[in-house]
Ligand binder design. Structure first.
Ligand code: AMP
Length: 226
C-alpha cells in the first residue's frame, strides 16, 4: 500500500532547527510521508569524507573544525542533488541548507521554475536542547545514541554492538554552548530572509516525536494550501 501523500505540485521544503531539536529524525519522517527525498547536506558531506572522494578530501578539515564549507561548493552540491529525477519531479526536504544568506539567494535562483514552497523553523528553546544534548551518550563504534539518566556508570557497553558508550567530545556543556551560539548567529539572518518573503512557518518542536510530526505535516499542508 502506498502510504505517502505527495501533493500535486510537490513539496519543496527547508527545515531549520537547533542541534538537538530532533530535526534530522523529523525530516526523514517528512520525506517518507510526502514521498520526497530528505536531502541533508551534513550527511552528504560526511559520506564524501567516509568515501575519501575529492569533495571529501576538500571538506574534511572544515567539518572536523565545525566550520562552514564555502558557498560555491555547497551550492554546486545541492544544485546537483535537487536536479536529480526524484527531487526534480516530486520535490525534497532540505536539511542543513541554506546556512548563509548567499546560499539562500543561490537557492532562489536555481529554483525559479519550481520555487521552495515552505520554510519551517522547528523551534525548541536553547535550555531544552542544552539539557537534551547534555544527556546524550553515543556509541563510539556504531554511532547509536542513548539518554543518560545519571544512574549509569560510564562508559557503558552498547546494547547493539558491544562498543563503548560515552559522551561525545562535542557534547560537553562548553562545546554545546559554542555550537548553539554558532547556529543562532548563522540562522538568525536566514530566518529574517525567509520571514521577509512570508514563506516562514514557526513550528513548536517541544512534545513527543509524534506530536511534533503532526504539527510539521499540518504546517506543510497549510503552506501548500492543502
Ligand atoms: P550538519 O549535520 O547539518 O550539522 O552539518 C555538519 C557539518 O557539515 C557542518 O558543521 C558544516 O561543516 C558542514 N555543512 C553542512 N551543511 C552546510 C552548508 N549548507 N554550508 C556550509 N557547511 C555545511
Amino acid at each position: 500500500m502506498d502510504t505517502t501523500s505527495t501533493p500535486a505540485h510537490g513539496v519543496r521544503a527547508i527545515i531549520f532547527g537547533r542541534q538537538g531539536a530532533g530535526k534530522g529524525t523529523q525530516c526523514q519522517m517528512l520525506g517518507a510521508h510526502f514521498g520526497v527525498p530528505h536531502i541533508s547536506t551534513g550527511d552528504m558531506l560526511r559520506a564524501a569524507v567516509r568515501q575519501d572522494s575529492p569533495l571529501g578530501r576538500a571538506v574534511k578539515a572544515v567539518l572536523d573544525a565545525g566550520g562552514l564549507v564555502d558557498d560555491e561548493m555547497m551550492v554546486s552540491l545541492v544544485q546537483g542533488r535537487i536536479g536529480q529525477d526524484d527531487a526534480r519531479t516530486a520535490g525534497y526536504v532540505l536539511d542543513g541548507f541554506p546556512r548563509t544568506v548567499g546560499q539562500a539567494r543561490s537557492l532562489d535562483e536555481m529554483t525559479v521554475s519550481r520555487p521552495i514552497n515552505v520554510v519551517i523553523d522547528l523551534e525548541v528553546g536553547r535550555d531544552v536542547v542544552l539539557a537534551r544534548l547534555s544527556a546524550r551518550r553515543t556509541c563510539g563504534q556504531c554511532g547509536a545514541n542513548f539518554v543518560a539518566t545519571g544512574a549509569e556508570a560510564e562508559p557503558w557497553t552498547c546494547a547493539r554492538c558491544g562498543g563503548s558508550v560515552g559522551q561525545r567530545a562535542d557534547d560537553t556543556p562548553e562545546a554545546i554552548g559554542r555550537r548553539l551560539d554558532l547556529y543562532d548567529s548563522q540562522t538568525a539572518p536566514l530566518i529574517d530572509y525567509y520571514r521577509g518573503g512570508s514563506r516562514l512557518v514557526v513550528v513548536d518542536g517541544v512534545g513527543t516525536p509524534e506530536e511534533v510530526f503532526g504539527r510539521l505535516c499540518r504546517a506543510v499542508e497549510g503552506a501548500l494550501g492543502g
